[in-house]
Design a binder for this molecule. Sequence first.
Ligand code: GLY
Length: 355
Amino acid sequence: MSSVQTIEVHTAPTYEVTIGVGLLRECGARLKTVLGGCRIAVAADSNVAPLYLETVCASLRDAGFAVCSYVFPAGEAHKNFTTLSAILEFLAESQLTRTDCVAALGGGVTGDMAGFAAASYLRGIRYVQLPTTLLSTVDSSVGGKTAIDLAAGKNLAGAFLQPAAVLCDTDCLRSLPAAVFADGAAEAIKTGVLSGETLFSLFEDGTLTDAPAEIIARCIRYKAGVVERDEKEQGERRKLNLGHTVGHAIEKCSGYAIPHGHAVAAGLAVMARASERLGWAEPGVSARIAACLEKNGLPTGTDYPAEALAKAALADKKRSGDSITIVVPKAIGDCELKRIPVTELLPIIAAGLGG
Ligand code: GLY
């Protein structure tokens, strides 16, 4: 087997995130030790299936698993009840039982949706994450958030279910289109802003492609720590939503034409500018963040007006009655959860828009 890094996530249950080259080819042997013998249903979208599905299924079969696979149309627009229902029917037709497993092969949409199918099928069976994008590698494959979108907003139906294992095959990242790679860079830079200068400086002084393995491992380690302390997002984990209130609003306003990472990048830049202009952040922090985003081909603003963004954001699940919790960057490594009346969101977003 190839050389790998392993990070343990101490949740219920504890699981390992393994990072290395060629892990999809070895996934059968690696998962055998975690799962034992069972049936595995591999879920992949129509973009990822032609690239990796056969490799994964062959490796699983070679290791003795009974394997079936389901391919659904790619894109956030398909992260909905129709696709979820089709996956659930497929699991039932394939006669998966409580001891069997779903494998989510792909990016964030696949992990969220296949994870939710696993969380709801037979009231919950095991699943494993096989992330193939940078975004799912550094963020969404770890931590057990699963969901689909509703007409009212993103990720509004879902469940927390930790995966049984995560295998991050860094070979998959080599051939990603630039825009898809940039999506993951946005979540990695967000993690840098949250975690502090050590990680952030890797973006400031170099590029993600200079030290991908180190950056990926640091992002996952940071996220694992947060998830271990706050698995169900009752407090600290909310900070991982930095940039997401405005980001989700941008995605929704665009009819999900703007991808998640690009929207989060713009949302992060808007919140950093607002925080500085409102006197919450130390001077210069928003320019430092914007420079890292720009260097990675990411937007630092949006043409949607503050009114449209605030309206979309207030349908978000971060709202609680007449208040909403936003994540405010104050310095690199110092972000604060601020609970504000919903009426204050619009002027805050307005403060962050524009150069
Ligand atoms: N993507 C944020 C979280 O997992 O909490």
